[in-house]
Design a protein around this ligand. Structure first.
Ligand code: 26Q
Length: 849
């Protein structure tokens, strides 16, 4: 075999059982790297880099070149800490968390890295002295959109908190060449474009060739007996090479730097000269394409399952590569004393997508390390923990078993044995209850049920809010809960207040510090010290002035990017999240139409003028979601075209909603729309971001909204709609009939009729027909209005009326806004991570003192 740059020896470096380890930094007597970059050295570094890498002076350099020079200056500072942190972890032989997630929605890094390292001021001033505006340079960073929504952004917030709390951790995922598609709105409709975020290189990552490994697919398994027992040998497989790229994750004002490891798929063929030499160019390049397709693109589905083979391969690809690395690293540090493996390693799987970690760890322990089934199964259970993020039936992951058997034959054998043992155990609990056992099985109805695998085989099953945790116990995993109640917990999600307040809202950060100091930077629950300020008229005025400045910033952003003109004196109301029927953007849209009709039909009607912002991507294959986008844009046009309506209403669809635009939108928002059908939104995290930035929520008692209401009190939030238990009963009863609401409620009937009578889409009056029908009739046996839009409309509309009236009373409104920020500290992901660590991971923080 003629490898060019990955000789097989390099793929499988010999690992001595136990290496000599460096002693900790204290014993070494070394001084820790300090980030003392002052303005002068920052300036010198940037100029030096432009000179060395681009052969340009500052004056000649492009913004992209300057961005890279600044970023690599920041990176130099990080690297010193990175090395120290790695050595420290090894010296202490600390337990490490591996957080496996198919998505990490990181957003841009540079500003948060500056903030965490030292402060942004030195950089801002240094650049200013060079005649450069920092904000212009920040925009040059391509945004890694390696996630769809909440689940991926949560993983990113967790990494920030883990490093900031000095907990040793590595995030593990796929290095998608294309992240989530870029969205354009053309003629009122979503059009998708590829997101080639790596085009100009990525300053923050570095390949780690020595940790590359192979992942095997296909082939068959031979059973070989010899004097030592039965062995399973995987033959005739095809290999894909997994190459890791590491990205440093800096903690806030600490020495700890963790790693996000992204795995990139490479063909073995590419590095095999022979097939080219033999003239098989076409075939070789086809095989390269097939292998490298694995890490080509992020699937754009959010809260929706599709059993595509490539997706299964993706999940196994990064899971297997990660598990192989974990075992190698464990052996380097601890040798082969497998009994201590769960004391040194914990693996967290973010939803079921990396659930193949369970059979893969079994495989490696048994087939590669020679352990028996029982010992391996015990290690697996003690090491792996699982968080569920959804109860939506259509999002629960399952695979055709023939696909798993064909692609991952050895993994399938292990799943079969796990399933056999599980069913035996279930039989003892539920003798004769076949249906119940099938419902709990790993393999049933020719499918592999990933959630059952994860619940049965891990030691911890978590919900992401209190309500969601209860629903998991009472419904989704009720049968498991009866026989293994000790596994179940609920830890409410959180967001990093460093990105979602300190970095995205510097004005509010300064105002808060003026009033209560900066202890909340590291202890965010101390934001509650702000609560008395809700009664302080001068403070409320300053708070409102900050909001106004952030609104002005958003107005400018929209003008530059989308050529939209917004009046900053209007109330700013936002609903930004993935587009999904259960999130009920439809409720918001219908309500705007109703307001429009009131304005148009009654010349005496007035209201507080309001801009309704929507930010949402629809999965490209989700027809109904795309229709809702079309409807929102049609309403925007309708409102604009009416001279009286546009005095009170404006609808803005923010194109390509991503982390960077969220950082502008959220600080400018005064109202946060959280409208999911109760019981459907596991937690929500956008709700927390808006609250922290002083927006008041209008929402249902769903997910973490329940806990937001608990924090701020019912007087400081607008709660409407059916409660979760009512919704669940109504589903069970099957008596819901939206038609009767349509017939009796004139305003709903009028607005819905406008969907199909040419009012909204004069050139395509039939385009929204499916949407209309889904609300009234349902189709193919599915229920009408399955998310109770019509049912909750009346209550929503009344809550909106109260909100409108309260906004006109600034004293009341700004007191509510202040209380929302003040009570948001509990939703910092630092609190979430502390709870995970106390209840599940038991990591010891690295000690730098
Ligand atoms: C799975 C298998 C095959 C294909 C697609 C999927 C898939 C992909 C993405 C299933 C689910 C997702 C995304 C789920 C998600 O983002 N859930 C959100 O997680 C947040 C963090 O916990 C919660 O706050 C949200 O309530 C929840 O909707």
């Amino acid at each position: 075999m003629g490898y060019i740059f990955l000789p097989s020896g390099a793929l499988y470096p010999r690992i001595p059982d136990v290496q000599n380890h460096p002693i900790s930094w204290k014993e070494r007597g070394t001084t820790l790297p300090t980030t003392t970059f002052d303005k002068e050295s920052i300036k010198a570094s940037i100029i030096g880099k432009l000179q060395r890498y681009n052969g340009r002076s500052l004056q000649e350099a492009s913004p992209q070149q300057i961005y890279k020079a600044v970023a690599s200056t920041v990176r130099d500072q990080i690297m010193q800490k990175f090395t120290a942190a790695r050595e420290e972890r090894k010296a202490n032989k600390s337990k490490r968390l591996y957080y496996l997630s198919v998505e990490f929605l990181m957003g841009r890094s540079m500003y948060c890295n500056m903030l965490n390292l030292v402060s942004t001021r030195e950089y801002r001033e240094a650049l200013q002295e060079l005649g450069i505006n920092l904000d212009d340079i920040l925009k040059e960073e391509p945004e890694p959109g390696l996630g769809n929504g909440g689940l991926g952004r949560l993983a990113a917030c967790f990494l920030d908190s883990l490093s900031s709390l000095d907990l040793p951790a590595m995030g593990c995922t796929i290095r998608y060449e294309y992240g989530l598609f870029r969205q354009k709105i053309i003629d009122g409709q979503q059009v998708e474009f590829p997101d080639s975020w790596l085009e100009n290189g990525n300053v923050w990552e570095m390949p780690v060739m020595e940790d590359a490994c192979e992942v095997h697919y296909g082939g068959h398994v031979d059973t070989v007996e010899d004097e030592t027992g039965t062995h399973f040998v995987h033959r005739d497989y095809y290999s894909v090479v997994a190459v890791p790229y590491d990205m440093p994750i800096v903690g806030y004002h600490t020495q700890t730097v963790n790693t996000l490891r992204t795995w990139s798929a490479r063909s073995k063929q590419r590095i095999d000269l022979n097939s080219f030499g033999r003239g098989n160019y076409a075939q070789a390049s086809q095989e390269i394409d097939l292998a490298e397709a694995i890490s080509k693109v992020l699937y754009p589905e959010d809260n929706h399952y599709e059993g595509k083979m490539l997706r299964l391969k993706q999940h196994y690809f990064f899971t297997s590569a990660t598990l192989q690395y974990i075992i190698r690293d464990f052996k380097k540090l601890h040798g082969t004393d497998w009994s201590i493996f769960p004391d040194k390693v914990c693996i967290h799987i973010n939803d079921t997508h990396p659930g193949l970690a369970i059979p893969e760890l079994m495989r490696l322990l048994m087939d590669q390390e020679g352990l028996g089934w029982d010992e391996s199964a015990q290690i697996v259970e003690k090491t792996i923990a699982y968080t569920n993020h959804t109860i939506m039936a259509e999002a629960l992951e399952k695979w055709p078993d023939a696909m798993v058997r064909q692609q991952l034959p050895r993994i399938y054998m292990i799943l079969e044995e796990m399933n056999r043992r599980l069913c035996q155990r279930l039989w003892n609990h539920f003798p004769g209850e076949w249906d119940r056992i099938a419902h709990m099985a790993i393999l049933a109805y020719d499918q592999v049920f990933m959630a059952n695998l994860c619940v049965a085989m891990t030691h911890s099953v978590n919900g992401v809010s209190q309500l969601h945790g209860d629903i998991l116990k009472e419904e989704t995993f009720h049968d498991f809960y009866q026989i293994m109640p000790e596994k179940f917990t609920a830890i409410t999600n959180g967001i990093t207040h460093r990105r979602w307040l300190m970095s995205c809202n510097p004005r509010l950060t300064d105002l808060i510090c003026e009033s209560i100091g900066d202890a909340w930077f590291t202890d965010p629950e101390r934001l509650s010290e702000l609560k008395p300020m809700a009664n302080d008229a001068a403070f409320r005025e300053k708070f409102a002035a900050v909001k106004q400045a952030n609104k002005d910033r958003l107005v400018k952003f929209l003008r530059d990017r989308q050529d939209v003109v917004v009046d900053p004196s209007f109330m700013f109301d936002c609903q930004s999240k993935r587009l999904h029927e259960y999130k009920r953007q439809m409720l918001n849209a219908l309500h705007i139409l109703v307001l429009y009709n009131r304005i148009v039909s009654d010349s005496g009607f007035t209201m507080q003028p309001r801009v309704f912002f929507f930010g949402a991507k629809a999965s490209p294959g989700y027809y109904r979601a795309k229709q809702i986008i079309r409807m929102i844009n049609a309403i925007a046009r309708l409102v604009d075209s009416h001279p009286r309506a546009r005095q009170f209403l404006k609808v803005v669809f923010l194109e390509n909603y991503d982390v960077s635009s969220a950082e502008i939108l959220i600080p400018a928002s005064e109202v946060s729309e959280q409208l999911s059908t109760a019981s459907k939104e596991a937690s929500g995290t956008g709700n927390m971001k808006f609250m922290m930035n002083g927006a008041v929520t209008i929402g249902t008692m769903d997910g973490a909204n329940v806990e937001i209401a608990e924090q701020v009190g019912m007087d400081n939030i607008y709660i409407f709609g059916m409660r979760s238990d009512t919704v669940r009963n109504l589903y069970a009863e099957r008596t819901y009939n939206p038609m009767s609401i349509f017939e009796t409620n004139h305003e709903i009937r009028q607005a819905m009729t406008q969907m199909i009578d040419g009012t909204l889409l004069p050139n395509a009056p039939a385009a929204l027909q499916d949407l209309y029908h889904s609300l009234l009739m349902g189709d193919y046996g599915s229920m009408a209005d399955p998310y109770f839009v019509l049912k909750d409309f009346g209550s929503y509309s009344m809550a909106q009326r109260r909100l409108n009236d309260d906004y006109m009373n600034p004293e009341k409104w700004w007191s509510m806004a202040v209380i929302n920020t003040a009570m948001s500290g509990i939703f910092s992901s630092d609190r979430t991570i502390r709870e995970y660590n106390e209840r599940i991971w038991h990591l010891t923080p690295l000690d730098w003192n």
